[in-house]
Ligand binder design. Structure first.
Ligand code: AMP
Length: 171
């Protein structure tokens, strides 16, 4: 997985001073790197019971549909507020400063369905925990949460304690 790390660009002080931003665009444009990421995430979940794969706007929309396709499942989007056209469930969650809102179509998940959540980065875990809660609000079951990279020092995993979490690389 060191080959993946070598393809992830670290940008200091973006989007604000003190934040080290892990930029996956350098990984995505590399054909071998991109294939490696999708194949590795797919392998992690090959024998997990899954009905559908969920991606979180915006960078989750790049990774999750590719994993869904490779595993042979459908894809459902979780979006920022006021983007989805039909009846929605919403969750407001805490950011470092202030709050944010994510939404999902109420009919995206049938009760009892196993939902695999895929995103690019697990940082504080606030986003992923909110999405897991949205899934459960619609009576779906979280089959697992998969990330390309995890910032271990932010302890996001602790917010997801009840669920199985996998990340391909750790910082
Ligand atoms: P969090 O809710 O703190 O786990 O992070 C929410 C989202 O922000 C993640 O899904 C990432 O897309 C993005 N993110 C947070 N911190 C970083 C970082 N240092 N580098 C790149 N993306 C980040």
């Amino acid at each position: 997985m060191d080959s993946l790390k070598a393809l992830i660009r670290e940008v200091p002080d973006f989007p604000k001073p003190g934040i080290n931003f892990y930029d996956i665009t350098t990984l995505l444009k590399d054909a071998t790197g991109f294939k490696n990421v999708i194949d590795s995430l797919t392998e992690l979940y090959r024998s997990t019971p899954i009905d559908v794969v969920l991606g979180i706007e915006a960078r989750g929309f790049i990774i999750a549909p590719a994993v869904a396709y490779a595993l042979g499942y459908g894809f459902i989007p979780v979006r920022k507020q006021k983007k989805l056209p039909a009846e929605r469930a919403r969750i407001e969650y805490q950011l470092e400063y202030g709050t944010d809102v994510l939404e999902i179509h109420k009919d995206a998940i049938n009760p009892g369905q196993n939902v695999l959540i895929i995103d690019d980065v697990l940082a504080t875990g606030g986003t992923a925990a909110a999405v897991a809660e949205l899934v459960e609000t619609l009576q779906g079951k979280v089959a697992g949460l998969g990330f390309i990279l995890e910032l271990d020092f932010l302890k996001g995993r602790e917010k997801l304690g009840r669920h199985e979490v996998h990340s391909l690389v750790h910082y």
